[in-house]
Each structure stands twice: as C-alpha cells, then as structure tokens.
Design a protein around this ligand. Structure first.
Ligand code: OOB
Length: 557
C-alpha cells in the first residue's frame, strides 16, 4: 500500500480521507522496469519533452473560442498554460495528493487542467459530462475532493447550478472553477493562472489520477493509475496505432473516458507529438467538417456512433480522405457492421477492447481483414497475462469461452480505497476479474462473447444494475426492482427495469418512476429505457432471483 507523497513546501493535503492504493508487488514492479515497460516518465515530463522538441507544433485544437471560433495551442503554449495553472492552483492551497473532480466537455482546457494537476501531483477524478448530482456528490464526498472543475453550460445544462448543490453536500469541497464565459458565483478558470513556480517532478510510481470504473456495484469504483503504468499504455497504443508527429486525432467521445484518453486517445497523441482536435459533438454534421478542415487521420468511436457515421458518410459532401484509421470499441462491434467500415469511410478499422482498469487489446493494422472484423484484438504488452477460466477459476483450453482474468504492467492491482470489493474483484495473486466472457483464437486474439458482470453496456456507456436498482427502491411505491439488459437494434443493449409494486401504496406508473430516478440526480443514460411491472420475479433453484430469466423476459405479471 502506498500513499502519494508531497513536497513539504506545499503543506498538508487538505482532504483527510484515509485511503489505500493497492499497487504492484516489488518483484513485478522490478520486472516491468527491467523489461523497459516502465520508463520512469511522468506526464509532466512527457509534455515538457515534447514542448522542448517542437515548441511550435500545434498540440490541441478546438472550436470553443468566442462564438465557436477555432483555437489552436502549440506544445509550448500548452506546456506553459499547465505550469501557470498549476501555480495558480498551488496559490489556492491545492497540492500533491489532493483530489479534484474534473467534469469538462471536449475543450482544450481539459488538457490544460489535467496537465496542471499532474504537475502538482493533485489527482484528477475523471467525471463524465453526463454525470449529475448523484454521481458528482458521491465522487466529491468519497474522494474528499477539494475542487471541482466544470463548464458554465454544456448541452443546455447549467453546471454552475449543479455545483451549487454539490457544494452544499460536500464539506471538503472548497473551490469550483468554471471554464466558459460566465463563472456565476464561482471563480473563472481563466483567472487562476499565475507566474510559474518551480515544481519538482513527481514520482513516476505514484498515482496520477482516479479513473471511473464502468462498475457493477451500487456506487462506481475509482481506479488509481500511475504515471509509469499509464504512460506505458500510451506508448504501446501510439505504436500499435502507428501515431507520429503528423497524426491528427479527433477526440469525439467524452475526453475523460479511458478510450478517447489513452487508446490511443488525446494523451497517446500527445505522447507521439501529434495534434489533438477536440470534437464538441459526435454527430456527422459536426465531426465530418472537422475531419476535412483539420486533416484528421485517426479517431475512435463506440459501435452505435460508428453505425451513424457509416450511414452518413457515403452521401456526405465532406471529403474524409485524410482519415486513415477508425478505432471502434467500448462495446461489441457486430461483424457485419465491421465489414462496412472500409467501404463506407475509406479507412482501416481497428477494433479495441479495453477497460479503465487497464488491459487494452487492439487488432493490428497488418492483421488480415477477417481477423480485424471478427476479433477484438490482442493485448498491448507481451507482459499482459491473460487467463480464460471456468466458474471455479480453472483454466480453459484455447477456443473455449470463459471468464477473462488479467494481470500486467498497466492493469491495476486494486480499486482506490475499496479493500472489501478488491477481495472479490481480484484473485489472490492479483489477476483482475474483468467480468467479460471471452475466447481466445489460436493467433492469440480475443473474441468477446458476453458478460458475467451485473452491468448494462448501453452502446459503450456502462450502467451498474445495482446502482439503478437502489434508486428505484427508494420510491415508496416500489417493493422490489431488478435492472437487466435487453437487446436494442441501435445501442446493442438498453436497460429494462422489472419492478414489483408495493401493495397498499399509490400505484406508480413508468413515466413517474423514470422521472423520480432522474430527479434523484442520476445521469440520464442510467434512467431505465423501459419499465415493466411484475407480480413476481423468476428464481433460480436455490431461490435467488434469476437475472438470466429476466433477460429472457420471464417475469410473471
Ligand atoms: C472501455 O472501458 P470501460 O472501463 O468503460 O469499460 C470496460 C468494459 C469491458 O470490461 C467490456 O465489458 C466492455 O467495456 N468493452 C467491450 C469492448 N470494449 C470494452 N465489450 C465488447 N467489445 C469491445 N470492443 O470501454 C474502453 C477502454 C479503453 C479502450 C476501449 C474501451
């Protein structure tokens, strides 16, 4: 167990939540260093080195200037902005080990903020723009966050109002910083930067940030990633996706998610010295002109968006010919859709099967076309250990479908501050139980066949059934609730809540129940797509509720 260290000059961490960060046993850490996977490079140094090598190349472009104007920051500018923001944050008492919830859309400031925090040794906690009071209050209180970074308004939603509510519920939260034109009652991020102060480089083995797990439990788990492990995954991803200084990556998915962040994502692109273009919305009429105008070479999408782009591209007026590679992942891509990528978009498909906990698999650019459309790739690292096991943790032969367990140089050994959950989510010898059902092909590629975890994968957005069930159960007219996945032609899966009403209470209907859940401050994508009222739930032989039967639609009404 290690706790982040901080220079004495910065004073004591302001959050006093005791926490534990399980890490790699010494013999593994030594092995990963000796093999050259962990190079001892921090995010701070990574950016500084690139800025030194080519200060005038553009690092990040967005359309978030006044009236949607284009902004472009060079590597030297991004580097200086990170230093200046770090200095301003330090002057406000934010320092190493502090947690800062970052909830920003796809704007250049996202990178400025995270690199400033990396340089301070403060830990970004990556929230998604869709998160609301329920999620954000939990992140703030669970991590003891001292600051929360938001846009003013995004997608018509006023994040300042959300921050006001969150602030009232989060005793440790002292600062709200707002990106945008109107900070309201809070401080504008633009007013924070100050003359750079000489900050010592961080220890590359310490936790750099907390990423969110898709989760299958009542509350999301937080994933501690170190500079060493994450920078390695960036390097591996950049190599596999053939990124170089001429690469232009379009960040379409929410920037904080692990896929657009690191597979190869914005950070992998900066690792390679390329250019990140922040895309404010995934719709073709927004993304396609950006591809044409910025000469985008590579991007990443979840399967439902890939389908929308495939349908929109053939008749489109926009020249997409610069696009070399489309990564698709986050949820299973149907083979038939995979086959349509090149004919429609004129680019190479790369499937990616990854998880914020670590392991990322890619099909390779030189894999034969059949492998690319029918598998979800193979791991980044020769030191990624893959086991496919049965229900008793016994290894299965190649080709058999079973539970995927994994361990390696960029897969965590435990969630942040969750010892009890860790005992279930990891084997005694440190393999992460992914909850995915996979089989291995003789070539070592993985095929994702299903899922054993209690989760709904709604087009790449993960919903923990238990989290939604708890919100439903809070309604006075609900006796019991079970949330399961059901097939959806566009999303792959959507959520269906089976609900037993409480006898003798007012008879609640589906729209009111959905509204109830939404008003409890749950992100909209977690609100059940469908609610079915039942008199009883199917049970297994031992009397447990059978979600398998519910998925098959057998509740008695
Ligand atoms: C990515 O990360 P998370 O943490 O949101 O979700 C991880 C889970 C996996 O355990 C698996 O259940 C599912 O998402 N998943 C896929 C998949 N890619 C992810 N299931 C089937 N096929 C795929 N290609 O989703 C993520 C992180 C980094 C890169 C890409 C995706």
């Amino acid at each position: 167990m290690t706790a982040p260290t901080r220079p004495a000059s910065l004073g004591e961490p302001s959050g006093d939540v005791p926490y534990t960060t399980p890490t790699w046993p010494a013999e593994f850490a030594e092995r990963y260093r000796a093999a050259g996977w962990w190079e001892g490079v921090t995010f701070g140094t990574m950016l500084r080195t690139r800025a030194g090598a080519h200060p005038d190349r553009v690092a990040v472009v967005d359309r978030a200037g006044p009236g949607g104007a284009r902004r472009a920051w060079t590597y030297a500018e991004l580097d200086l902005r990170a230093d200046r923001l770090a200095a301003g944050l330090a002057a406000r008492g934010i320092g190493a080990g502090d947690r800062v919830v970052v909830q920003l859309p796809n704007v250049a400031e996202f990178l400025e903020v995270v690199f400033a925090l990396f340089r301070l040794g403060a830990l970004p906690v990556f929230a998604l723009p869709a998160h609301r009071e329920s999620e954000i209050s939990y992140f703030c209180s669970f991590t003891g966050a001292v600051a929360y970074v938001i846009p003013d308004v995004h997608g018509g939603f006023d994040h300042r109002a959300l921050a006001t509510t969150v602030l009232a519920r989060s005793p440790e939260l002292r600062h709200v910083f707002v990106v945008g034109e109107d900070a309201g009652p809070f401080e504008a991020l633009a007013d924070v930067p100050a003359e750079p102060v000489g900050l010592p480089d961080r220890d590359p083995s310490e936790t750099a940030f907390l990423q969110l797990s898709g989760g299958s439990t009542g509350v999301p788990k937080l994933i501690p990633r170190t500079h060493d492990d994450y920078v390695y995954s960036l390097r591996g991803s950049a190599e596999i996706c053939a990124l170089d200084e001429d690469s232009v990556y379009l960040c379409v998915l929410p920037a904080a998610h692990n896929f657009p962040l690191s597979s190869p994502g914005s950070l992998g692109t900066l690792y390679a010295g390329g250019r990140v273009v922040m895309c404010p919305q995934p719709a073709p009429d927004v993304a396609f002109p950006l591809i044409r105008d910025e000469g985008v070479t590579i991007t990443g999408l979840v399967p439902p968006l890939a389908l929308v782009w495939i349908d929109a591209a053939p008749g489109s007026a926009y020249d997409l010919s610069t696009l070399d590679v489309l990564l698709v992942g986050g949820a299973r891509l149907a083979d038939e859709v995979a086959r349509r990528v090149r004919p429609a978009l004129g680019c190479t498909l790369q499937q990616v099967f990854g998880m914020a906990e670590g392991l990322v698999c890619y099909t390779r650019l030189d894999d034969d076309p059949e492998t690319v459309v029918t598998t979800q790739g193979r791991p980044i690292s020769p030191d990624d250990e893959i086991r496919v096991v049965d229900d008793e943790d016994e290894d299965l032969p190649v080709g058999a479908t079973g539970h995927l367990l994994t361990r390696g140089p960029y897969t965590i050994r435990g969630y942040w501050n969750a010892p009890e959950h860790n005992a279930r989510a990891f084997t005694e010898d440190g393999f992460y139980r992914t909850g995915d059902l996979v089989r291995l092909t003789p070539s070592g590629h993985l095929v994702v066949e299903g899922r054993a975890k209690d989760q709904i994968n709604r087009g790449g957005e993960k919903i923990a059934a238990e989290e939604v069930e708890n919100h439903l159960l809070a309604h006075p007219s609900v006796h019991d609730a079970n949330v399961v996945a059901e097939p959806d032609p566009y999303l792959g899966e959507r959520s269906c809540a089976y609900v037993i009403r409480r006898p003798g209470t007012e008879e609640v209907e589906a729209p009111a129940l959905k509204r109830f859940v939404r008003e409890r401050g749950l992100a909209a994508y977690k609100v059940p797509d469908r609610i079915v009222f039942a008199d009883a739930f199917p049970t297994t032989g031992v009397g447990k509720i059978s979600k398998k039967d519910l998925r098959a639609g057998s509740a008695s009404a």
